[in-house]
Design a protein around this ligand. Structure first.
Ligand code: GLN
Length: 508
């Protein structure tokens, strides 16, 4: 068993040494891309190491340590991951207007380190243990830290390239692979440590990873070529005031994360406000730029469906794997790394595929890729349900079908997520770049919340998950999503026209 974490550690060392050698050589580029890309790669790799390492353990920590019922644990999980992706809107806004992306990312990284470290305080367990308040505080820090970091680091990637630079999509693919190298290694190490030696070891490993991410970002700053600096001169007073607001918001989220029902209303109200603001900005733009904003809105509107299904992974699917899958003694949380491993294997293949299809004029448009993504995430569930039922109601589900559902979800993700990041960056006017990236993550937040709701439903009336009820829910969401996907594919040519790719110009 210990071989898997050993391989993970080995891979990490190779990556770090290789990366350090490449980035420290005198040439401005490494493997055909600006070196700054690799700084962002490694910084985000460590951030995702901590995020996914912690996420793999979270549902078990909630059910087995704090003793929440399955349904409630799924809901808390969904509410927390939703908050993680809501806050990048504010972090994006503050960076666009005042801080610039660099300072925002660094502040976020420090708050995240604090959050993951606080996760290591486990107390005695059960909801009457006062230590649970430290747990809520830890979640709040991770939420706020992600708000400052996630969208902004994704924006700096794009800033390294001109708008018409054809390496841009490839850059996002490389960055996305970094995300998943971190995701895979974090899950394997934190999942293994957490489920074998104790929760605090797993969460502690996540914290250490985040600290390394912050270090990479500071040491590699010169390679970012001045990108991500504040848009206008930033006084020290204003800068510190923003950090103070960030810290104060931890207190607010600390309360909020304990009242998950309120988050639903918050999503609704802030979603409408955000939509209103984006429309207001859109109508002040020239016609083509405005049309692009509509295309952006269409694309991000699909996020809740995609991530609502996809994010069952860390919640109900994780519990299902623990209880109803024949996993040969492998800790369930380790299966959370399959998705990331597939991305590492298939990410470059997809990047190559788009280019190869593009050369023949056959590359699907971004909206069509989104339609394909929805087909796959839906069919993933249908295949899983079919496989689970094919062995009869009492037999454990063969682990093959866990690999299958994650495969289809991953190929779906590759049609949507890196494509979406790149499209947001390309279609948004420069002065709204971080806000739009924030809006993108905001809609994945809605998706995470939907995922929590679906997960809560798999808990049934008494809050305890049952196999057949879960499979019935998986089947319903699978079919509905395939139906939506067909509609998306049909309208995709119209949306592509709104993107006006022919009139995109470099503004750098
Ligand atoms: N797996 C990707 C990441 O962690 C995408 C997640 C998302 O957009 N919800 O960045």
């Amino acid at each position: 068993m210990a071989t898997i974490p050993a391989i993970a550690l080995g891979a990490l060392v190779v990556l770090l040494v290789g990366g350090a050698l490449g980035v420290s050589s005198k040439k401005p580029e490494f493997l055909g891309h600006p070196k700054g890309l690799y700084v962002l790669f490694f910084a985000e790799m460590w951030e995702r190491f901590s995020y996914y390492g912690m996420r793999a353990l979270l549902i078990f920590y909630l059910t087995k340590h704090w003793l929440f019922a399955d349904g409630q644990a799924n809901f808390i999980y969904g509410a927390y991951t939703a908050l993680v992706y809501i806050t990048p809107v504010l972090g994006g806004y503050l960076a666009d207007r005042y801080l610039g992306q660099y300072k925002a990312v660094l502040f976020g990284a420090l708050v995240l380190t604090a959050g993951h470290t606080l996760m290591a305080f486990e107390g005695t367990g059960g909801q009457s243990d006062p230590t649970i308040n430290i747990f809520w505080l830890a979640l709040a820090c991770i939420v706020v830290g992600s708000g400052f970091l996630k969208a902004n680091i994704s924006v700096i990637v794009g800033q390294l390239y001109g708008l018409t630079d054809t390496r841009r999509d490839g850059a996002y693919t490389i960055f996305y692979i970094g995300i998943n190298v971190g995701g895979a290694l974090g899950v394997i190490l934190a999942g293994w440590l957490g489920e074998t030696y104790g929760w605090s070891y797993g969460f502690g490993a996540a914290g250490l990873g985040m600290l390394l991410g912050a270090l990479v970002f500071v040491i590699g700053k010169p390679l970012l070529n001045g990108n991500g600096e504040p848009p206008i001169a930033l006084s020290k007073v204003r800068e510190w005031a923003i950090y103070a607001i960030g810290l104060a918001s931890i207190a607010i989220i600390w309360v909020l994360v304990q009242y998950q029902d309120v988050i639903q209303d918050l999503l609704l109200v802030s979603g409408i406000a955000l939509l209103g603001y984006v429309l207001y900005c859109a109508f002040r733009l020239e016609p083509h730029a405005r049309d692009r904003m509509f295309a952006i809105l269409f694309l991000i509107a699909l996020n809740p469906i995609f991530w609502g299904l996809f994010e069952q992974a860390g919640g109900s699917l994780n519990l299902y794997t623990d209880r109803y899958v024949d996993r040969g003694g492998v800790p369930a949380s380790l299966f959370q790394s399959i998705n990331s491993l597939y991305i590492i294997l298939l990410g470059s293949l997809f990047a190559w595929l788009w280019i190869a299809l593009g050369k023949r004029g056959l590359e699907p448009s971004a909206p069509a890729k989104f339609g394909l993504a929805l087909v796959q995430v839906g069919v993933g569930f249908l295949v899983f349900v079919w496989g689970a039922r094919s062995v009869g109601p009492d037999a454990l589900t063969p682990v093959f079908f866990v690999f299958m559902i994650y495969l289809l979800h991953t190929t779906g993700e590759l049609c949507l997520s890196p494509v979406g990041l790149s499209a947001m960056n390309r279609l948004a006017p420069k002065h709204l770049a971080s806000l739009i990236m924030g809006a993108w993550f905001y809609m994945t937040a809605v998706g995470n919340f939907v995922a929590g709701k679906i997960g809560e439903a798999t808990g049934g009336h008494d809050g305890e998950m049952t196999k057949e009820a879960t499979l019935a829910i998986y089947s319903t969401i699978g079919w509905w999503t395939v139906a939506v996907a067909v509609v998306v594919l049909i309208v995709s040519p119209l949306i592509t026209r709104l993107m006006h790719l022919d009139t995109l110009k470099d503004v750098k």
